[in-house]
Design a protein around this ligand. Structure first.
Ligand SMILES: Cc1ncc(COP(=O)(O)O)c(C=O)c1O
Length: 412
């Protein structure tokens, strides 16, 4: 007896209206209004006597409305989640964050009026705590390596939405050019190039290099994809922290099927270099796109910490990734300045978050001596600071000079 085919649930010949999406339309409109208020974060150029033909150009993301690079990024995550219908008026949003994404996402959730719970490491800086709660969010603390699982489980058990910046940044972050269309691309490099183009004193319109470490990988990948897609000459440098797993993942695909959790050494550099579960699965635990990176550099954590101190002395208010970027840029400058085809070697990066977030940690000598004792404590810190200050005056590669002179104080 031939089986009767099963009838589809929806009867042929009728059409079915999906739920009303007025709330979503309003929420998206609110986000576009926010995009207009975001304006362009400013660029500033840093020159130093040690290599006078080099321009280091920083895009100051600390000038954004929630003070970090995560403002545009949280905007993109929220836009993606609204467009795909993951969030409605009664949804509670959950996110695992070291603090910066949490603050910006708290702002976006407050904007569209949904509840937000941030799962942050139990080492969360007090300043970041205050920054997140200012926008009405609640904080759940968890061990650093567990926060991704905790956020996922909390969202699942309460029927909320786990934003998962690590896995979803690659879907949310834009890499398109919007031309003169009034609803403008939020891609950070789109803005960067527009600003260089508009500056009559800026001769090199496409930087030779863009340098950035990786947290989720969203920022570096969105810049990398933008650059590759539009045939821009800028090379993409992934400046990785010392004990991060991400450099290995980017270079060889390592840690994509075995956990690297045992390789992580505290304190690392806050916000960057960590993998929330120890395993790098693109679209799940990382948004780093290996295919858009041109070079991976490994920067010692003590060098980056010392660089934060040097930036502070120079009056540049930059956090952990700014320290990493600064060391990487000085190293590239030392090696590439004489080979550059342009009149000026032009290196671009972001000032991702403010140094003031780290006055009790990476900018505090007691904290450095205690928390970074295995990296050589203050002996190594002061050595790196001298090396960097000297390079600003006379040039040289910090990764050669600093490692020769300062690394012997470290246990690792
Ligand atoms: C200070 C700082 N710099 C850089 C990054 C890296 O950004 P992304 O997550 O886009 O890789 C982060 C991310 O958490 C951060 O907090």
């Amino acid at each position: 007896q031939p089986q009767q085919p099963q009838q589809p649930l929806l009867a042929a010949g009728r059409s079915f209206l999906m739920p009303d999406d007025t709330w979503r339309r309003e929420a998206i409109k609110t986000l576009w209004e926010e995009r207009q208020k975001m304006i362009y974060t400013p660029l500033f150029k840093f020159n130093y006597p040690g290599l006078p033909t080099v321009d280091l150009i920083f895009k100051n993301e600390t000038a954004s409305r929630t003070e970090t690079l995560k403002h545009r990024y949280a905007w993109a995550l929220m836009m993606w989640a609204l467009v795909e219908g993951h969030i409605g008026p009664n949804t509670t949003v959950y996110e695992a964050s070291s603090g910066n994404t949490a603050a910006s996402l708290a702002f976006m959730c407050q904007l569209v009026k949904v509840r937000f719970i941030a799962v942050c490491p139990d080492t969360l800086e007090d300043k970041k705590f205050a920054h997140i709660t200012k926008y009405g969010a609640n904080i759940q603390k968890a061990p650093n390596a567990k926060r991704w699982n905790v956020a996922q489980e909390m969202a699942a058990s309460s029927n909320g939405f786990f934003m998962n910046q690590f896995g979803n940044a690659d879907k949310a972050e834009e890499f398109h050019e919007s031309g003169t269309y009034s609803l403008e691309s939020v891609n950070v490099f789109h803005e960067f190039l527009a600003q260089l183009d508009a500056d009559p004193n800026q001769l090199v319109k496409q930087p030779d290099y863009f340098i950035m470490p990786v947290g989720t990988g969203g920022t570096l990948s969105s810049v990398g994809k933008y650059v590759k897609k539009y045939g821009i000459a800028t090379r993409i440098i992934f400046a990785d922290t010392q004990y991060s797993l991400m450099g290995d993942y980017a270079f060889s695909g390592r840690f994509s099927n075995v956990s690297g959790q045992n390789f992580v050494i505290s304190p690392g550099m806050a916000g960057i270099g960590t993998l929330p579960t120890g395993i790098a699965v693109k679209g799940k635990t990382t948004s780093l796109d290996r295919g858009v990176i041109d070079r991976v550099m490994k920067i010692p954590d003590m060098a980056s910490t010392a660089a934060m101190g040097v930036l502070q002395r120079l009056g540049i208010n930059g956090g952990t990734s700014s320290g990493v970027n600064f060391v990487a840029m000085l190293s590239i400058a030392a090696n590439e300045a004489s080979k550059d085809p342009h009149p000026r070697l032009t290196l671009s990066t972001l000032l991702a978050d403010p140094g003031t977030f780290y006055t009790a940690s990476y900018l505090n000598r007691t904290w450095i001596n205690e928390e970074m004792a295995a990296h050589g404590g203050l002996l190594a810190y002061d050595c790196w600071r001298d090396v960097l200050e000297n390079i600003l005056q006379v040039g040289g590669d910090p990764l050669v000079i600093g490692i020769q002179r300062c690394q012997s104080a470290a246990i690792f």
